[in-house]
Design a protein around this ligand. Sequence first.
Ligand SMILES: *[C@@H]1O[C@H](CO)[C@@H](O)[C@H](O)[C@H]1NC(C)=O
Ligand SMILES: *[C@@H]1O[C@H](CO)[C@@H](O)[C@H](O)[C@H]1NC(C)=O
Length: 370
Amino acid sequence: MIVKKNMGRAKSALMLIMALGFFFATYNLLSMIMHNKESNSGSWVADGLELFDPVLRMPGRVIGSAESNSKFHVALTATDAAYSQWQCRIMYYWYKKVKDMPGSDMGKFTRILHSGREDQLMDEIPTFVVDPLPEGLDRGYIVLNRPWAFVQWLEKATIEEEYILMAEPDHLFLRPLPNLAYGTKPAGYPFFYIKPAENKKIIRKFYPEEKGPVTDVDPIGNSPVIIHKSLLEDIAPTWVNVSLRMKDDPETDKAFGWVLEMYAYAVASALHNVRHILRKDFMLQPPWDLDTEKKFILHYTYGCDYNLKGELTYGKIGEWRFDKRSYLMGPPPKNLSLPPPGVPESVVRLVKMVNEATANIPKWETLNRS
Ligand SMILES: *[C@@H]1O[C@H](CO)[C@@H](O)[C@H](O)[C@H]1NC(C)=O
Ligand SMILES: *[C@@H]1O[C@H](CO)[C@@H](O)[C@H](O)[C@H]1NC(C)=O
């Protein structure tokens, strides 16, 4: 399935924005979001009322209503860079593999491509093209495009499922994923390095005292999160606003660095009084987490370096290694060598999953851009 972009009004508004300076651009982008929000308010109210439907929901299932739909749409934000493409291909392979297994609440899949144009994977992966932020607004911090991508996709796409999973290219589904949200309470993964309480002074710039204690801000990013669609429609524009203002504030930019956009989601959801169920089993991160047992998503964001005795040499290039950053310009080759004996199961599983995907995805070597 190919979903072609249908930009029209939003696109011409953005082109106008691009003709104005940075400051003006931010202002206009945000007011456009506000405007779109208001013009949709009819259906938002209806969605809001549905949220209070007294249906008893258990994690992963809905009891007492035949109409309720606990399925979630898998939404993967991505760019058309070779580095993003090969990860998306592997990610989609594992989605297809587990999606229909017992226990899954996984619905359809969309790669939200925020490069503003189609790429050569349109026929392989269901894709919805959205625009990047107006030039210069992301200041080279590409992931600032994510919240804006979600705003555009939620506004323009037809999404059947009631819930959304926000996913990333370096996520691998280890097993069928149930809906971990509980009614209107979304589920997120607690990251050890997101510490709102330890960054009180900065959080307070964006989460004023009258809103509540800084501990209201969950130690999460936007991904992985499973959330009711109408809540995300509420939060996403605020998330754009907060992330741009955080990036614009030198002290915040310096303190939060590459995790700024994660804090921006955490703060934006708190501003909407949304608290997440924190699920440690949502995800695991090799090499720190040693086994995949009872976990749902494997996140290969860290390099895995080992010597031939199977000892972790983190931070030092290992005699054996797997690091996604080794493949910035193109895909990893098929049949990567397995780690030496003694390496944790999580790392062995990662390499096996990558190998299985690359062995089975048609045109693995040839369809990538390089
Ligand atoms: C962005 O956030 C600030 C602070 O909460 C608020 O004053 C402003 O109205 C917001 N702008 C838009 C367009 O959402
Ligand atoms: C993969 O590589 C191993 C050596 O590391 C080799 O023994 C095996 O035959 C290869 N498999 C395929 C399918 O190429």
